[in-house]
Design a protein around this ligand. Structure first.
Ligand SMILES: Cc1ncc(COP(=O)(O)O)c(C=O)c1O
Length: 352
């Protein structure tokens, strides 16, 4: 099946091969070399000098970890399903939290955030950069309105590796993402850059658990090791992928390729009588959310595409049927997307 969903994504065969390399012990020098190499590659990708937490969990784990270590109260910015999930996670961990909600399809508005921050003092603010559920790319200018003594926690799960995010210039305290989206790898590992402020704040938070505790992470990071047994096969693949991104494709070319695939998908949608769901100027470059303005049966179209070997996604949650999504992230090439869009032409031409 050809995956054009917003993760997991197709994985290049050479990366899958890396995952079948012989196992090594995670308390060995060889492992520490691998750890060092992936951390350096991730720091370069995210433009940070901060420590990077390599976690054997999906990104939801690090979302949970980030609010367990952040103190209280927390302000969760919500304009879609993943922002909402972060608010739920925050509350379920017993942290006092407010949600600042924006209409779905609309971006987070920095001025409204600033107003809210003037009303109450927060220990941390969370924001999802690329809302995969609505295809909205939220403005990173929000970072500028977060006061110095408030941590800014950013989910870049479906943007990092496809869109440039300069963690240190923006002053992002925790920037988290995982392997199975724009990084072009199978699921199983996630990462979080942690600023000194985020680490300091966490020292006074109790209880903050064990698996995602920044204190435990730092103790092992000093030794260039992980808290518990990590997903070593995926670390091999990640190491190779970071080398590919930095030394072969190049970060800028990678970001341009993602933007080009967004343009191609927008042209297809407009050419086939559909609109783009998010507000203009805030469209995701990695997953396009198309508004079903023609009112066609999306489930049926998805099944027809599946029968021809291609998988795209219906709208998320309440947007099912009203929208549908095409993921164009990771190592997907424009030529491959062209092929999908050709098949979509045929399927949607006859869709009712
Ligand atoms: C924006 C965003 N945040 C968080 C997640 C959760 O990631 P995971 O499923 O890897 O835990 C997803 C997954 O689709 C996502 O798109």
């Amino acid at each position: 099946m050809n995956l054009f969903i917003p993760g997991p994504v197709e994985v290049r065969p050479e990366l899958l091969e890396q995952m079948s390399r012989p196992m090594i012990g995670h308390r060995t020098e060889r492992f520490s070399e691998l750890y060092e190499s992936v951390v350096q590659g991730l720091q370069r990708l995210t433009h940070t000098g901060n420590r990077v937490f390599v976690s054997t969990s999906s990104s939801t784990g690090l979302m949970e970890g980030s609010v367990r270590n952040a103190g209280s109260p927390v302000l969760n910015l919500v304009n879609g399903a993943f922002g909402k999930r972060w608010h739920e996670i925050t509350l379920k961990n017993g942290v006092d939290a407010d949600a600042l909600e924006f209409p779905v399809g609309e971006p987070v508005d920095p001025d409204t955030v600033q107003e809210m921050l003037g009303e109450r003092s927060y220990s941390a603010v969370t924001m999802v950069h690329n809302e995969s559920s609505t295809g909205v790319l939220n403005p990173l200018e929000v970072a500028e309105v977060v006061p110095d003594d408030t941590l800014f926690l950013l989910d870049t799960v479906s943007s990092m590796g496809g869109v440039d995010v300069d963690v240190d210039s923006l002053g992002v305290d925790v920037c988290l993402f995982g392997t199975q989206k724009c990084m072009g790898l199978p699921p199983g590992l996630s990462f979080a850059s942690l600023s000194e402020d985020a680490l300091d704040r966490s020292e006074n938070v109790e209880p903050r658990g064990y698996y995602f505790s920044y204190g435990s992470f730092c103790r092992y990071d000093e030794k260039r090791q992980t808290i518990s047994t990590p997903n070593i096969p995926l670390m091999y693949a990640l190491d190779r992928q970071l080398e590919y991104i930095h030394d072969e494709e190049g970060m800028d070319a990678r970001f341009r390729r993602h933007a080009r695939m967004m343009d191609m998908t927008h042209s297809w949608a407009r050419g086939n009588g559909f609109d783009i769901y998010p507000r203009e100027g805030y469209e995701s470059r990695t997953v396009t959310c198309i508004e079903n303005t023609r009112g066609v049966n999306i489930d049926e179209a998805i099944v027809k595409l599946r029968d021809r070997g291609y998988l795209i996604s219906n709208g998320y949650g309440e947007l099912k049927g009203e929208t549908f999504r095409v993921g164009h992230m990771g190592d997907r090439r424009p030529e491959e997307l062209e092929e999908l869009l050709g098949v979509m032409d045929e399927v949607f031409r006859e869709a009712t």
